[in-house]
Design a protein around this ligand. Structure first.
Ligand code: GYE
Length: 355
């Protein structure tokens, strides 16, 4: 691909389009609180056209996606597909790795072979990426990480990362639980917990488990009975909860590392003849805050959900536009996130949700 020539044309095109559009949106790390930021990032902001779609000079972006394991993931895929359109000046090559790192590595190699302009990766797990990123670097193709992080010794192997602060999400969950139990007069009670973890080794799992562990250390009356992976899916979440319920008859709290696992866990709790939610036997909390989680809270099944914003398409497009213009980009860009529980006006919030 004639990258140099293309870049020159694009810089010229972008200068014009940026001048016409005025200043761009704030970077992700300065975004407004999540309730406002989510629709603004995904729905209302029109990314400036990057390439000259009319003449066929599109920026080719290969996106190595994790899979289709959750509602969050579906929203994330949709965000990329609706952002990286020909109309906006891009050609998107989308690959679904079905939650397997080996498939993502194959996809990245195929993007290199196809001489794409940018490679975007939402890595399934954090480790094991050095070799393939070296290959991308040798081919001169910039790599942008989105959603989950990679653990690499040389951070020049990627240009930037944008995603949620998973440790903070876990800590927010622990703080919420402490306040909730206190308000229920259970602050000093022995509390038995189980965790349905995400895909082991994925940053969303690593961070949320770590954040919650930090809070466990602050409460000597909290006991983590067991942690097992539900692989971020509803089916596996249900299976893991069934086995927890067989092993322990005194579970007070279930922490699900995503909403879909919670939907499975709730089915398992009900099938075992127990109840959950604010008026039930077992407190259920989860992460992501997808629309179905609001429905579950409104139905009285789920207690709280800690937000993780999936609408990274426009954020990655902004990074690409800056790189095309020769500007520097912030290496690490956290998105602001909120939480939601049954004390809130959930119907009103749900009506405004973008995912
Ligand atoms: O929580 C989960 C998805 O990496 C933040 O991946 C993402 C997680 C999200 O499968 O639903």
């Amino acid at each position: 691909m004639k990258r140099k020539v293309l870049s020159a044309i694009l810089i010229a095109a972008m200068t014009l389009s940026l001048a016409a559009c005025g200043s761009k949106e704030a970077p992700a790390d300065t975004a407004a609180p999540a309730e406002d930021a989510a629709p603004a990032a995904g729905d209302e902001e029109e990314p400036a056209p990057a390439g000259d779609a009319g003449s066929g000079d599109l920026i080719t972006v290969g996106y190595a996606q994790v899979g289709a394991e959750s509602d969050w993931r579906t929203a994330n895929t949709e965000s990329f597909k609706s952002t990286f359109t020909e109309e906006n000046g891009y050609k998107l090559i989308f690959d679904d790795a079905q939650q397997k790192q080996e498939n993502q590595i194959k996809a990245i190699r195929s993007f290199i072979q196809q001489e794409v302009d940018y490679i975007v990766v939402a890595p399934v797990v954090e480790t094991g990426w050095e070799t393939v990123l070296e290959e991308a670097k040798e081919a001169g193709i910039p790599v942008i990480l989105s959603d989950r992080m990679m653990d690499v010794s040389d951070d020049s192997l990627f240009e930037a990362w944008v995603g949620g602060n998973f440790v903070k999400e876990g800590e927010t969950c622990g703080d919420w639980l402490a306040e909730y139990l206190e308000a229920a007069g259970r602050g000093e009670e022995e509390i038995n917990m189980v965790t349905i973890q995400g895909t082991i080794g994925a940053s969303a799992q690593v961070g949320r488990t770590e954040g919650m562990a930090n809070k466990l250390a602050e409460h000597s009356n909290w006991k983590m009975l067991e942690m097992q992976s539900g692989e971020f899916t509803q089916a596996k979440g249900q299976e893991v909860m069934e086995s927890f319920l067989k092993s322990y008859d005194d579970i007070d709290v279930v922490i699900c590392e995503n909403d879909n696992e919670a939907f499975g866990a709730i089915d398992a709790i009900k099938a075992a003849g127990k109840t959950c939610g604010p008026d039930g036997d077992i407190i259920v909390v989860s992460f992501d805050s997808v629309k179905a989680a609001f429905e579950s809270m409104i139905a009285g099944d789920l207690n709280a959900t800690f937000e993780c914003n999936p609408l990274h398409g426009p954020r990655v497009a902004e990074i690409i536009q800056k790189l095309e213009a020769g500007e520097t980009v912030d290496k690490i860009q956290y998105v602001d996130e909120a939480y939601f529980d049954t004390s809130m006006d959930l119907e009103a919030i749900l009506a405004e949700r973008a995912y």
